[in-house]
Design a protein around this ligand. Structure first.
Ligand SMILES: C[S@@+](CC[C@H](N)C(=O)[O-])C[C@H]1O[C@@H](n2cnc3c(N)ncnc32)[C@H](O)[C@@H]1O
Length: 199
């Protein structure tokens, strides 16, 4: 679901960029089990800082950075560093029905995106489908308690189908053959590393 005005202001700014580069990026990298992830997918790339973090920190040769909103992709294309342009491809894609083949990626990233989807379980299923066996899923997501906060409900327009608590999320990952390998809680926001198991 596209962002409303308040969400755009919260997301598309230098403070968010700083946090992705210097807080979430390093935290996620520490949870990873490999030194390099050659082919990566990012869902909901927003202003494009996640793709930069993936290319620079995760040793990615190629990042496919996707978003449902073409305006966000245009913003991301403008923001991306010149020297990374050849390694990042931008595409409009819906995280709930990815236009990617099965078992393709070494890692998939979601920086605060799954809670924006109308059906978070569909997004988890798609992420598992496109991950290689042994591939990793890195994500940070606000949990239901955060989303149900009065201020968050008043300012933002998140779909009801994108809300989950930690146990629900973990159990859905397991159903889709993904095991959590690391978690850090920042209040009701959780940062995760997880790996796809063999069938
Ligand atoms: C809160 S923003 C996060 C942007 C960026 N990842 C960041 O951390 O700053 C959520 C992003 O997800 C995108 N989005 C929402 N629903 C989506 C969907 N179903 N599939 C792909 N992207 C989606 C929005 O357009 C927006 O750019």
């Amino acid at each position: 679901m596209k962002l409303n005005l308040a969400e755009r202001l919260i997301t598309n700014n230098p403070i968010r960029a700083f946090s992705q580069r210097h807080i979430e990026g390093p935290m996620l990298k520490k949870m990873g089990r490999h030194s390099k992830y050659p082919l990566c997918l990012e869902i909901g790339c927003g202003q494009g800082i996640g793709a930069e973090v993936i290319a620079e920190r995760f040793g990615s040769e190629k990042v496919i950075a996707t978003d449902i909103d073409p305006e966000q992709l245009e913003r991301a294309k403008k923001n991306i560093k010149k020297e990374l342009k050849g390694r990042i491809e931008f595409k409009v894609e819906d995280a709930m029905s990815l236009d990617e083949p099965d078992d393709k990626f070494d890692a998939v990233f979601s920086f605060g995106v799954i809670h924006h989807t109308e059906d978070w379980r569909k997004a988890v299923k798609e992420i598992s489908r496109v991950l290689k066996t042994g591939g990793e899923f890195f994500f940070e997501e606000p949990l239901r308690a955060f989303m149900d906060n009065f201020l968050v409900r008043s300012l933002t327009a998140h779909p009801e189908g994108g809300r989950f608590n930690y146990e629900e999320f973990k159990s859905e990952l397991e159903k889709n053959n993904i095991a959590i390998t690391g978690v850090k809680r920042l209040g009701n926001i959780a940062v995760f590393g997880a790996g796809k198991k063999g069938q």
